[in-house]
Design a protein around this ligand. Sequence first.
Ligand code: HEC
Ligand code: HEC
Length: 202
Amino acid sequence: MRPILLNKIVLIALLMSILPLGSTFADGDVQAGNTKAYTCTGCHGIPGYNNVYPTYKVPKIGGQNYAYLVAALKAYRNGERDHATMTNQASSLNDGDIEDISAYFASLPLSSQPSGIVSAAEEKSKVCEACHGVTGKSVDPTYPNLAGQHASYLAQALGDYRSGARTNPIMAGMATNLSNQDIADLAAWFASQQGLQDLSIK
Ligand code: HEC
Ligand code: HEC
């Protein structure tokens, strides 16, 4: 056992001396990256924007680690990671572009928006059950189904009822005392249920 363990330690030490650690972005120019990233925002800048087929959300990359971004873009460019759109996007970038763009994305702060905790909302959603059903399938056809809806949309709607931007006497009453964390939890809860789907071509 001992020699194997020792070999592992030596290997790890070796790797650590080769691989850059941490999310330093000393190599890229944030300002230049901001300009060069213009076309990327067409998809990554639209909250909830979908990949066309198969359908899933375009990943969030603001605040992602510099080294990871550089590696991901190079992997798309050389075909190691297979995605037609991203290979196409990355193939027009040279190493300098990739470093600048990655530096820019990595420089963006992580979101302070609370992300919802599904389990926390089980209790909080009891009050919604009477109309929207236990899992978000509404009990009356005049009440919208919430099951499977995008969390961000649910959160937006609840925030709008609370602020009065969207007016509905019932929902205004329901939303008025919800905190931002309540809204995030409730949105996560209903979004996690099986239900609504996109209109995208299957
Ligand atoms: C037409 C929409 C579109 C455009 C434009 C676009 N992307 Fe993407 N991007 C995607 C999709 C979809 C994925 C997820 C692909 C996959 O599953 O690997 C992705 C993935 C990525 C990833 C990997 C993220 C991760 O967490 O692994 C990076 C990095 C990235 N894009 C950077 C860029 C950059 C930089 C640009 C501009 C030069 C750009 N993208 C332009 C749609 C787009
Ligand atoms: C007494 C019935 C009732 C209760 C209880 C109720 N709602 Fe509603 N809800 C409605 C009605 C009616 C609408 C449609 C309002 C409108 O037209 O804007 C609605 C709309 C919504 C919408 C907008 C959906 C969409 O597709 O735009 C959300 C989100 C929502 N409710 C969440 C909740 C949550 C979360 C709770 C519990 C905290 C809750 N509701 C409790 C009746 C209710």
